[in-house]
Design a protein around this ligand. Structure first.
Ligand code: ADP
Ligand code: ADP
Length: 585
């Protein structure tokens, strides 16, 4: 059943595809023919996630997979973490396609990047439906839409397609080209370093002293080389952008690692944030890049807490699952409990190995943002190298200059736009401008033509969410005022924007009151059945349980509610009030 992994030699584990640079790239002549042919083929434009998957299929990083999974492999992977031939592969690699694309089995299709560049041609041999809840439960272990993968799945096409692919070009990236290496190129570097043992390290965060310590300990333990391989594809929404992170990695690599035994390469992986299954997958990928050991610390590939406040995965679940399969994979694991800093000794130690009553220091990712970057404070020396502290502080403006999104939800006529109008003026007093994306207005241009079916409503909200996320990414402030009746879509936009910059405001006006107000005359029309699918009358409104603010409009004026929002922004530090007051103290 598992001979493929077991029979491989120690060290560099997968044969390098008959000497070719990558797994699926076509020869020059065939390539020209394909490019010509592709002009007439239907096109599928890949999401960033699918584009990352395609690249890793093409370069052999997902070996032995060489195309998106067909139904038998897919079902088997969900149920058993194994492909139908028994080979361990814990994450489904699938290509979702929307219903609007007209395709049949036997067709050839051009796979194009988000920017419409031609990447590959697929001959479709299978088209099959998939079940969101089933996949979410199997991969992420939850259907909770506060899990970033689960909320994103709602936007995927409802069919998966599979079939042999011929890759014409890898997606074009213009940044850090010297570090974007295929498995074969990485193997080459590792061979030149000359050690039989190689331990790989995965991260999606800037590396601090604890990570440095962890990686150096691992390299020493295996008496070999270290492969630093951070992810630059798609990580958890709200993570520090990869440009900034790679600048940090380069500074560390240059100044603090032994170049005779360390390689740095970037991995264009689209993470699933699936904890244990993801850890196992990471190990398989690194094995394809030539490592024979893999580091798993605390909370590997964890998306944090679920909507009930509990973590999605226990901190050491990932280690446990990987350990169970490490022999079969032929990959050794370097497992570590949490490393904390002992100021008296000026060293790091694993938390379960500290004897006696020592003072320990630890700064969480949230504290890094809230207590340091947001306040314009440099991170301390013991926590991170000063080169890294400097890069992060240059890139991150203090909180009152960062972007945020106020997302209003509530029935039509609840008072969302009216309150938003007041917020604009009050914020101006603080010198902060804010853009508004009002549902009624947006439907006249950005989302013109969309109706009120569930699908169209979701598309409307996603488009607003997309624009809002761009504004917030560039440190702008934005208010979105649309009914946004569905919890899963609200979760999706929260995830797109980043939870710590997203403020959900529920304007809690009852249907009775909205209908009585009926300023737009829409409730009357809906009752007369002149319009259908009207929220509250013959379409659902899912009341949010996770609103940051709940506003009542019967007993409170728009001004009072706008003041509450400003107070909330102050408390969160998005307007200067509170921080300025602290600075004076
Ligand atoms: P991800 O696992 O999502 O890539 P990180 O970048 O936080 O997220 O972690 C990278 C690796 O470093 C993981 O294996 C994680 O368990 C480990 N790690 C991070 N911080 C520590 C720490 N303080 N102690 C031990 N291991 C850690
Ligand atoms: P939405 O944007 O939620 O569809 P609007 O703000 O366009 O709602 O409409 C709300 C209507 O209710 C406006 O005509 C507004 O004057 C009226 N209204 C009455 N009392 C309030 C209140 N306390 N807060 C907000 N709007 C109120």
């Amino acid at each position: 059943m598992t001979q493929m992994y077991n029979n491989l030699e120690k060290g560099l584990l997968i044969p390098p595809y008959g000497g070719r640079l990558t797994n699926l790239l076509t020869e020059a002549e065939e390539r020209d023919e394909l490019i010509e042919k592709a002009v007439a083929l239907p096109s599928i434009q890949l999401s960033l996630r699918s584009q990352c998957d395609l690249e890793l299929l093409a370069t052999g990083a997902f070996s032995p997979l060489n195309t998106f999974m067909g139904e038998a492999d897919y079902v088997s992977v969900l149920e058993t973490m194994r492909m139908k031939d028994g080979l361990l592969f814990p994450i489904p690699i699938t290509l979702p396609v929307g219903d609007e694309i007209n395709i049949s089995v036997g067709d050839e299709v051009a796979l194009r990047s988000a920017k419409f560049e031609l990447l590959a041609v697929m001959e479709i041999t299978e088209i099959f439906g998939w079940d969101l809840e089933k996949e979410a439960r199997a991969v992420a272990g939850t259907t909770d839409t506060s899990h970033p993968l689960v909320s994103e799945m709602y936007s995927w096409g409802k069919r998966y397609i599979s079939g042999p692919i011929k890759v014409i070009d890898l997606p074009k990236n213009h940044d850090f080209k010297e570090l974007r290496l295929t498995p074969l190129e990485v193997r080459d570097r590792l061979t030149k370093l000359g050690n039989a043992n190689v331990v790989a390290f995965q991260t999606r965060n800037p590396m601090h002293r604890a990570h440095e310590e962890l990686t150096k300990r691992a390299a020493e333990k295996i008496n070999g080389s270290l492969l630093l391989q951070p992810v630059v594809g798609k990580t958890k929404p709200g993570d520090i952008d990869h440009y900034t992170r790679v600048r940090c990695y380069k500074a560390l690599f240059e100044n603090y690692y032994d170049k005779d035994s360390t390689a740095l390469s970037l991995l264009p992986l689209a993470m699933r944030m699936a904890g244990p299954r993801e850890a196992l997958w990471h190990a398989i990928i690194r094995r394809n890049f030539g490592a024979n050991h893999f580091i798993i610390g605390r909370d590997h590939a964890s998306p944090g807490k679920a909507s009930n406040g509990q973590p999605f995965y226990d901190p050491y679940d990932a280690q446990e699952l990987a350990e169970k399969h490490s022999e079969e994979l032929g990959i050794g694991l370097y497992l570590s409990s949490e490393l904390v800093y002992l100021p008296e000794k000026d060293e790091f130690e694993q938390v379960d190995k500290i004897n006696g009553n020592h003072k320990t220091l630890f700064i969480s990712g949230t504290q890094v943002r809230e207590d340091y970057l947001n306040k314009g404070k440099l991170l301390p020396d013991w926590y991170t190298r000063q080169e890294v502290a400097q890069i992060l502080s240059n890139v991150y403006p203090p909180k009152d200059k960062q972007g945020f999104c106020i997302w209003f939800t509530g029935l039509s006529g609840a008072g969302k736009s009216t309150i938003a109008e007041v917020v604009i003026e009050l914020l101006a007093e603080y010198g902060r401008e804010i853009s508004t994306l009002d549902g009624d207005v947006v439907r006249t241009h950005l989302t013109k033509g969309l109706g009120f079916s569930k699908e169209d409503r979701d598309t409307n909200i996603r488009r607003i969410g997309f624009v809002a996320s761009e504004i917030v990414k560039h440190n702008g402030a934005v208010m979105c005022a649309a009914i946004s009746p569905y919890q899963s879509t609200r979760d999706e936009v929260r995830s797109m924007i980043g939870a710590d910059k997203f403020i959900l405001v529920f304007v809690n006006t009852s249907l009775e009151v909205c209908e009585k107000r009926d300023t737009k005359g829409l409730y009357a029309k809906a009752r007369r059945k002149e319009i259908t699918g009207f929220t509250g009358i013959d379409d659902p409104y899912e009341t949010p349980q996770d609103a940051d603010l709940v506003l009542e409009t019967v007993d409170c004026t728009p001004e009072e509610n706008a003041e509450r929002i400003i107070a909330f922004l102050e408390e969160r530090g998005f307007v200067p009030g509170k921080l300025a007051a602290e600075a004076v103290v």
